[in-house]
Ligand binder design. Structure first.
Ligand code: ZN
Length: 255
């Protein structure tokens, strides 16, 4: 029990790190001093990290996401401490969680999976994957994860072109993604990363979980939009979170 406070604090620090990376990477593509997301004024560290967390120039507050992550991540860290994946250490698990959170937040907020984030993922996936199930299984998993999503990616493009031809609403449906993409290419890279982590044959289960979750969510979302009479023939949904959650469930919740 004595461990609870340090573990929660550790989780809080990780949450702060996730927020900082999610705030700066999409806009600046590198690690810069914290800035206001509206007027880009540099913020001093005490203001940004502690209090009042408000821009002195324009009065912009930190995002609500900041507080959600700082609340949720310590609890998740506690879970990880008590129920770790026994094939990797607590620290490796924590690093993966930070990575997963970052991918999910940036994809939800920007419909984007950054190349730098994918490259870090490949390094993490190769290292942790090899540690857990050997080099061959890791590479096979990575290649398969990449290829399966690549096929879905091209399938999405073909399907998308068909829908666009038959729908007058084509103009407003592909918000976020480039013109002819249903899945983004970042999703393909991410699936490769998850493949490295899960290895062969784990990646087959990973993709299956992802497809079921994304399909289930899409169906619910569709029903909701029909109910609200806002239905379009095609709606872009970020798939990155589902790809990552598939891996997270297999690695940490039902291992
Ligand atoms: Zn400002």
């Amino acid at each position: 029990m004595a461990w609870i406070i340090p573990i929660l604090l550790n989780g809080l620090l990780c949450g702060v790190l996730i927020n900082y990376l999610a705030d700066t990477l999409p806009d600046y593509r590198r690690l810069v001093a914290p800035c206001c997301r509206q007027c880009h004024t540099k913020l001093d560290l005490k203001n940004y990290f502690l209090w009042p967390r408000t821009c002195p120039q324009c009065g912009q507050h930190r995002k609500t996401r900041t507080f959600i992550v700082e609340l949720l991540f310590p609890l998740l860290t506690l879970y990880l401490w008590y129920y770790p994946n026994h094939r990797m250490s607590f620290i490796l698990g924590l690093i993966l969680w930070v990575y997963f959170f970052l991918v999910i937040i940036i994809d939800l907020e920007h419909r984007l999976i950054l190349h730098s984030v994918s490259i870090v993922g490949v390094i993490l996936g190769l290292g942790i994957g090899t540690w857990m199930h050997g080099f061959i299984s890791t590479i096979l998993g990575g290649v398969l994860g990449f290829l399966i999503m690549l096929v879905l990616y091209y399938f999405g493009i073909i399907l998308f072109k068909k829908i666009k031809k038959t729908s007058d609403e084509g103009e407003q449906v592909y918000n976020g993604h480039s013109e002819d993409e249903a899945l983004g290419f970042g999703d393909v890279n991410l699936s490769g990363v998850v493949g490295l982590l899960l290895g062969w044959p784990g990646i087959v289960a990973g993709i299956t979980v992802t497809i079921f979750m994304a399909g289930g969510f899409s169906a619910l979302y569709l029903i909701y939009m029909l109910f609200k009479r806002k239905y379009h023939a095609y709606m872009a949904i970020p798939y990155g979170p589902f790809i990552v959650m598939g891996a997270a469930i297999l690695l940490f919740f039902i291992n």
